[in-house]
Design a binder for this molecule. Structure first.
Ligand SMILES: NC(=O)N[C@@H](CC(=O)O)C(=O)O
Ligand SMILES: [Zn+2]
Ligand SMILES: [Zn+2]
Length: 342
């Protein structure tokens, strides 16, 4: 196959940041995707209707008005169901995000105990609002490579029992346990999958030395888990869809004695996914994953229009320097088999 044309896709999990970084990174997402679910982990986090509406305005200024940012609300121990519902009813946000406190970048204001969320989750279940979950426990006694699987056992199973009709997206899945759990759960449980968790196993973090640009959370796992996540992505099941988790941090913040978690994959996201689907002999499943399953889960219309990828080698630069900000994209210095033609 020399060219692949699909319905215009969406990205169901992005970090667009704010200020100068927002202006630099948002155009990369808007170039490939019609819509994106924008994570609320700014400093301070997005916990009010005006904060979300103002942030959306700044995103439009950075990415252009054609782009549709789908905002999210950051859940805290103090979340109020009435605020969550009115932001949803007024089309300010489409989902709420659960960060276990201190699980990942800018999650210090996250939730210390999901029982504190029960009134809010009850309301979300009633109004059909999606809960997006960073699914890792933070207990220091749990090995970092086990935190996703333990989260499923200790938190997620209970949530699905207490709120059987709540729509939940388990974000950026990295394990066979997560892929199995989502596959076997009801139709109201789905998962996003990133490019990096399709390409990398945990060896990539230590290939010839410490590799900060392969580091994100949840951290990449053993090869058997990467293969399970790949199988889920190309399965054609409507529960699994595209969410890049593009998470830019300036180069100096990654290449540091305490490097930030997050991989900036927006510039070559579709090329990266297409490479995987081709390797798996599943290019016929790519459009569902990229352009249909997510919209259907969120009960949004499918996009009009198409994008085309051409089977042509593409060299990914070592660095992208824009203004004062220097970023290292995913696949830096490598060649990909596909080129985004627009
Ligand atoms: N994925 C990451 O490693 N980092 C994300 C946060 C997140 O999605 O957990 C970030 O905001 O930098
Ligand atoms: Zn996360
Ligand atoms: Zn994320």
């Amino acid at each position: 196959m020399q060219s692949l044309t699909i319905r215009r896709p969406d990205d169901w999990h992005v970090h667009l940041r704010d200020g100068e970084m927002l202006r630099v990174v948002a155009p990369f997402t808007a170039r490939q995707f019609a819509r994106a679910v924008v994570m609320p982990n700014l400093v301070p986090p997005i916990t009010t209707i005006p904060a979300a509406a103002d942030y959306r305005e700044r995103i439009w200024e950075a990415a252009g008005r054609e782009f549709r940012p789908l905002m999210t609300y950051y859940l805290t121990d103090e979340s109020n169901p009435d605020v969550v519902e009115s932001g949803f009813n007024d089309d300010v946000w489409i989902a709420a995000k659960l960060y276990p406190a201190n699980a990942t970048t800018n999650s210090a204001f996250g939730v210390t105990d999901v029982h504190n969320l029960h009134p809010t989750l009850e309301r979300m279940q009633r109004i059909g609002m999606v809960l997006c979950v960073h699914g890792e426990v933070t207990d220091p006694d749990v090995d970092v490579f086990d935190r996703e699987a333990v989260f499923i056992d200790r938190v997620l199973i209970g949530l699905t029992r207490d709120f059987p009709d709540l729509k939940i997206v388990l974000e950026h899945i990295t394990t066979a346990e997560a892929a199995d759990f989502v596959r076997d759960a009801g139709p109201n449980i789905a998962a996003t999958i990133t490019p990096q968790h399709l390409h990398l196993n945990r060896n990539a973090l230590f290939a010839g030395g410490l590799r900060p640009h392969a580091y994100c959370l949840p951290v990449a796992k053993r090869e058997k888990h990467r293969l399970a996540v790949r199988a889920a992505a190309v399965s054609g099941l409507p529960k699994f869809f595209l969410g890049t988790d593009t998470a830019p941090h300036a180069r100096h913040a990654k290449e540091s004695a305490c490097g930030c978690a997050g991989i900036f994959n927006a510039p070559y996201a579709l090329e990266s996914y297409a490479t995987v689907f081709e390797e798996e002999g599943a290019l016929d499943k790519f459009e569902g994953f990229a352009s249909e399953h997510g919209a259907n889960f969120y009960a949004l219309p499918l996009n009009e229009g198409t994008v085309t990828l051409e089977r042509d080698e593409e060299y990914v630069p070592e660095r992208l320097g824009i203004g004062d900000i220097e970023l290292v994209p995913f696949h830096a210095g490598q060649r990909l088999n596909w080129t985004f033609a627009g």
